[in-house]
Design a protein around this ligand. Structure first.
Ligand code: ATP
Ligand code: MG
Length: 600
């Protein structure tokens, strides 16, 4: 059976049109996953691996595979970058090659050391190692300058005095050719002199640029004498004030690839139209030919993926920081409780495509559940507590009840949880007037307390003013220890609980989608994407109760709180008060039932 990937899977329903975005939902993934489990053979390769294998077969570059991950240090990495990181590093691993980490630091105005450090931290956290191959485009500034001089000497580049606006205005359109610059035919000597003086700082920002001399009537706008150097009197985070001219991305990128001997330069689709220019520089300069290959960038529903937009959220205070657990940044996902394994799994499942798609954020959540279901120790925590008093349980008695740490993995062992006369249960686990199919506690109803006993609700005490339930009086059946009745009597509901005198306090942060709309950038004229932010994306519970063993938990530790989801200890925690982030809820079947009932 052929492995189905995002390219070939008809069930995903990729739109025929190139530019139309399509949805990839969880069901599609089950299908892909099922198919991927089938035998792997050569025909199962995606288009990038197919290409690489062809190159290896043809002994191109002596069969060498060398990739790179080239972030611009102008923000924190997000889950989209994770896709590129996983792809580049995995290809190197699979084909016995190498992958470089290269900072694309050609723009001194937007880049900062903080970002460089965060990027390195995040790539390492994801589990990848660039060994000693940490490079910077700025390392090559001298070399790139020499290449530019070489182009000038070949008559393939010229200094242009038009302003940025004039250059734009003379570029032409998709249907009309551009107009040649009046400076296009300067002599090589004059160009060399002016370019050198640009470097020396004799001109102001924007006064002159160096442009490639290609073809102003090319159907590809990128080939219409693009700018390759500009003047910027700005200090660079690495090269300081050595330079006041900086290479443009299109010029620098391919040449950096070439200098590093990158065989396969993998980038996102928007650079497809830039490939002829990428190739033009390499050919004109007669240097090592790296091969650019494009794939579709990852878009995730209910969030945005551009560093510029994410920075806007940070700067305007909509989120607390780059690592706010609602952010799609790797540092945000980590703080939220995502594991590197779950993110790598996600990147593997979505596959590679040649068409842009929007991946359902539910798939990312699914990957975390899959991962944590196997690994996260189970604990009991009551998020929104109400007190239960077991009237027939002896005052002052405490039993240490044995509880399994993970039913999926016996080797994780067992722990003791104290049980006493007074317990906390979730407020939502009691209803005075239970609707149909509500199997939790209600007057006269018997339920199971997990790992403990059957209890039956006898009566409730309410606040006389507000009517809010304050205490629930119950009785327990001592013959049901461990949560099973020897007489075979069954109950439908099982509740988690925490003993009142043993409980530890916690703050619990519950997160919802960052945006209210599936594609927050789908905007009407005049609308700002921030208008689509979900005002209820964070809910803080301050009086949650934990089983006592959790008091030893450290920031970054992850647990499954029974029936409530997967949680991770936040670094805001103090000695007296733990703070937990909910990484992802368990599937809430009750919400589904309620929804169905409403629909009827
Ligand atoms: P952003 O728009 O978020 O700023 P970018 O493309 O400008 O992204 P870079 O730092 O230039 O960010 O990206 C580094 C690498 O990561 C590039 O090779 C880029 O193609 C890739 N990349 C960026 N965003 C995505 C994405 N959403 N999906 C897949 N790859 C991505
Ligand atoms: Mg970029």
């Amino acid at each position: 059976m052929k492995k189905v990937n995002a390219n070939t899977c008809p069930e995903i329903g990729f739109a025929k049109s190139r530019n139309k975005k399509v949805d990839l939902n969880v069901n599609s993934y089950y299908l892909i996953k099922m198919n991927q489990m089938e035998t792997k053979d050569d025909s199962s390769l995606d288009f990038i691996r197919t290409r690489i294998e062809e190159d290896i077969k043809a002994n191109k570059n002596q069969g060498r595979v060398h990739t790179r991950f080239p972030p611009e240090p102008n923000g924190y990495l997000h889950i989209g970058h994770a896709k590129s990181i996983c792809l580049n590093f995995s290809l190197a691993e699979e084909y016995n090659g190498k992958c470089n980490l290269r900072f694309d630091d050609t723009n001194p105005c937007k880049e900062e050391v903080e970002y460089v450090e965060s990027i390195k931290k995040d790539v390492r956290w994801l589990g990848f190692d660039w060994e000693d191959r940490e490079f910077y485009a700025s390392d090559y500034f001298e070399k790139l300058y020499e290449y530019a001089v070489q182009l000038v000497k070949k008559g393939k580049a010229f200094v242009c005095d038009l302003s940025a606006v004039e250059i734009k205005d003379t570029r032409g359109t998709l249907t009309e050719p551009g107009t040649e610059s009046p400076y296009r035919n300067r002599t090589i000597e004059e160009n060399l002199d002016l370019f050198e003086r640009m470097r020396k700082g004799e001109f102001k920002d924007g006064e002159r640029v160096l442009r490639a001399k290609i073809d102003m009537s090319s159907p590809n706008l990128n080939m219409r004498d693009p700018v390759i150097y500009r003047i910027l009197h700005a200090s660079h985070h690495r090269s300081g004030d050595t330079w006041c001219i900086y290479p443009m991305y299109d010029f620098a990128h391919g040449l950096c690839d070439s200098i590093e001997g990158i065989t396969h330069s993998i980038c996102t689709l928007e650079f497809e139209d830039h490939r002829p220019l990428y190739d033009w520089f390499l050919e004109e300069l007669d240097v090592f030919r790296s091969q650019q290959i494009e794939f579709a960038r990852l878009n995730l529903s209910f969030t945005v993926m551009s560093k510029r937009k994410l920075l806007e959220l940070v700067q305007s205070g909509y989120v607390k920081a780059w690592d706010d657990p609602r952010m799609p940044t790797l540092s945000g996902l980590k703080r939220r409780g995502y594991t590197p394994e779950s993110i790598r799994d996600f990147c593997g499942r979505i596959g590679l495509a040649k068409r842009d798609s929007v991946v359902d954020i539910a798939l990312l959540e699914f990957c975390l559940r899959e991962d944590q279901n196997k690994r996260a120790p189970r604990r009991m925590a009551v998020l929104d507590p109400v007190e239960v008093i077991i009237d027939n349980y002896p005052e002052g008695q405490v039993e240490e009840l044995e509880s399994e740490n993970n039913p999926e993995d016996e080797s994780m062992g067992k722990r003791k949880v104290p049980f006493s006369r007074r317990l906390y249960i979730e407020r939502e686990d009691f209803r005075e007037d239970p609707p149909k199919k509500y199997f939790r506690l209600s007057p006269g109803r018997e339920v199971r307390l997990k790992h403990a006993y059957y209890i039956t609700c006898q009566n409730v005490i309410k606040d006389p003013n507000t009517g809010k339930v304050q205490k629930i009086h119950c009785t327990y059946d001592p013959k049901t220890k461990g949560g099973w009745a020897k007489d075979g009597r069954r109950v439908r509901g099982t509740l988690h609980w925490v003993s009142v005198p043993h409980a530890r306090n916690a703050e619990i942060r519950l997160y919802d989608r960052l945006f209210n709309t599936k594609n927050p950038l789908d905007l009407k004229e005049g609308e700002d994407f921030k208008e689509n932010l979900n005002p209820n994306s964070l809910k803080v519970l301050t009086s949650s109760k934990l089983e006592p063993g959790l008091s030893k938990a450290q920031p970054g530790d992850r647990f499954q709180f029974l029936r409530k989801g997967y949680f991770c200890v936040d670094p805001d925690s103090t000695q007296d008060r733990l703070v937990f982030n909910r990484s992802v809820p368990l599937r809430d079947t009750w919400a589904k039932i309620l929804k169905k009932q409403k629909q009827k």
